[in-house]
Write a protein of this length. Structure first.
Length: 419
């Protein structure tokens, strides 16, 4: 294990707006008796960072924390290797690899004086918000993360760093689909059996084919529905679907139709006239969510995955659909430690082709320009940053594999794979 330096590079936000985002050299955190220090081998830049940057100290998850007075390190996603542990730590060892579930269902335990009313009434803390995040070269595991069982050991040491980094957004999809519950009966007099997930052998509709929409599609394919209809606007997202998920659906025996926003309902009526057993709306549109509710089959599930802006978030519900047609409406916000563990197992088993979701590779020095770019244009994939790698220029890619990552970290040329 290499010697730990005294200082590190980190991406911090110290107020409101992009001018408050700085890439700085700061001391590596000191390790106390109960502490765990990790090297950040890879990290990601999430669009949720944009909301925190735009709202600054007014963000609801900060609980009154003053960012100008107490800047925080951004970063909710990362692949970690333990490099030092305190004398009182017995269950974590140097060299082990971990992921972190960033949404921690634990009240503030440290720096409580920085919260409004000393954190009274708070039941949740978040890595990359008031708990320093992983857009840094090193990460001192917050006490809240340990208390919330959110430090997750990898099930497979061969998982690539980029796969572990992608586990956080994928875990959100995992949780959302576990909210789908279908009741099975072998006969009219048999007891009901509840099963989580998309209805096996049924019809599933996913509206939206951005990064999270495509992950919803691929996660749903694990349950092998008979039919899948994916609503996507013509363009890059549709091309990605055709190149990656349509061939996979064919191998699994799933009939997949890619339809435009104007014709997905016609396609559904042709395939399943009574409606879809599962409808997942992976875009934040009130009008789309309202319309999609009309196309759920008897005892089907409607998943409002895409979040709506406050002030434009109210939908009209026909209670007769719930009462007489037994339709369920579900929604989620982030995953929990179980979802992270389950997702890592899914990735280790190769059930999600994670290499298809990486569209760019860089290091911490590219973080600020990436955030600026993400604020003005949508990316059809995720960006992976390697804090300890020398990468002079940000690299755009169409795919990113374990071998590509190995070559990068070994300092080998990558000109043949960079798009």
């Amino acid at each position: 294990m290499a010697e730990i330096p005294t200082h590190m590079r980190a991406v911090r936000v110290g107020g409101r707006g992009m001018d408050a985002v700085r890439i700085e050299t700061i001391p590596v955190p000191e390790v106390g008796p109960d502490d765990i220090l990790c090297r950040v081998d890879a990290t990601g830049v999430c669009t949720s960072n944009l909301k925190l940057i735009a709202q600054g100290s007014d963000h609801s998850l900060l609980g009154g924390w003053d960012l100008e007075k107490y800047p925080v390190i951004l970063g909710e996603e990362g692949s970690l290797t333990v490099v030092d542990v305190g004398s009182a730590v017995e269950d974590v060892h140097v060299g082990e690899r971990y992921a972190v579930q960033p949404a921690v269902d634990v009240a503030p335990m440290t720096n409580i004086e920085r919260y409004r009313n000393a954190g009274d009434g708070m039941h949740k803390t978040v890595v990359g918000y008031t708990l320093d995040g992983m857009l840094a070269e090193y990460f001192l595991v917050p006490k809240e993360v340990r208390a919330g069982d959110c430090l997750v050991r990898l099930p497979d040491p061969d998982l690539a760093h980029f796969e572990v980094t992608l586990a956080e957004p994928i875990s959100c999809v995992h949780k959302s689909q576990e909210k789908h519950v279908h009741l099975y009966k072998e006969s009219p007099s048999a007891p009901r059996e509840a099963r989580m997930g998309i209805l096996r052998g049924g019809t599933c509709v996913v509206i939206g084919a951005g990064t999270m929409g495509r992950l919803q599609v691929e996660m749903a394919m694990r349950q092998v529905p008979r039919n899948m209809i994916v609503c996507a606007k013509p363009g890059e997202a549709t091309d990605l679907l055709k190149a990656t998920l349509v061939p996979k659906a064919e191998r699994l025996g799933i009939s997949m139709v890619i339809a435009t926003p104007q014709d997905w309902m016609e396609a559904l009526h042709r395939i399943a006239p009574s409606g879809a057993d599962d409808v997942i709306v992976a875009i934040g549109s009130r009008e789309v969510q309202q319309e999609a509710m009309k196309h759920v089959a008897f005892a089907g599930v409607m998943n409002l995955f895409g979040g709506l802006r406050r002030g434009d978030h109210e939908l009209t519900l026909d209670s007769l659909d719930v009462h007489y047609r037994e339709v369920s409406i579900v929604g989620t916000s982030g995953g929990d430690p179980w979802d992270m563990r389950a997702t890592l197992d899914i990735l280790a088993a190769g059930e999600i082709d994670s290499q298809n979701y990486v569209v760019g590779v860089g290091n911490l020095e590219h973080a600020r320009e990436l955030l600026i770019s993400m604020a003005s244009q949508k990316m059809n994939g995720r960006v992976i940053l390697y804090p300890h790698a020398t990468i002079p220029d940000f690299m755009r890619t169409t795919t990113w594999t374990r071998e590509d990552e190995r070559r990068l970290l070994a300092g080998e040329p990558l000109s043949d794979i960079v798009g």
